[in-house]
Design a protein around this ligand. Sequence first.
Ligand code: GRF
Length: 199
Amino acid sequence: MRIGVLASGRGSNLQALIEAWKLGELNGELVAVGSDHEEALALKRAEEAGIPHGAFPLSRFSSRQEQEKAILTWLREQKVEILVLAGFMRVLSKEFLQDIQIPVLNIHPSLLPSFQGLHAQRQALDYGVKISGCTVHFVDEGLDSGPIIAQEAVPVLPGDTEDSLSARILEAEHRLYPEAVGWVAGGRIKRNGRIVVKI
Ligand code: GRF
């Protein structure tokens, strides 16, 4: 399977995917990394790993729609068969998700459906939960609302700060995301509406 990644920032999840790919654990190859930020560390990581990469900053386009069109065209040129969002900070439009016609995955730093949206770790701390974690899910038109593929629980410890909790959750993300992408790429995921089963 030809896997594409979109990332806006530091790309530590991308790096975990690159490492799993190099170990032959992804059931596919990373063939494209796109970003909406020219300076994203994720693009440097792609370059170092020899993966074709492209920057699509909004400033280069007349509208968000044109930006998405360019991203979609590029992903098609790279013949991407699974799209993995790894810290991509833009909500993809309904039109993009309808047009792309391949599975689109995302990782979110909470146990969904709790704490959707931005600053999920801070939301968890403010709420006072004792367990949080991360979720890999298919992307639908809502915000962090698509069918859940995999989750890993992470304890919230006394004295945790947003940074310490984020770092603990990130370690789990780096285990969970490559594993879940490997399941999808390996055809081991069956989806029936919201219910996703590993076969
Ligand atoms: C991660 O916490 C991920 O769950 C969220 O954005 C962050 C991206 O981090 N969607 P990185 O760029 O992969 O380091």
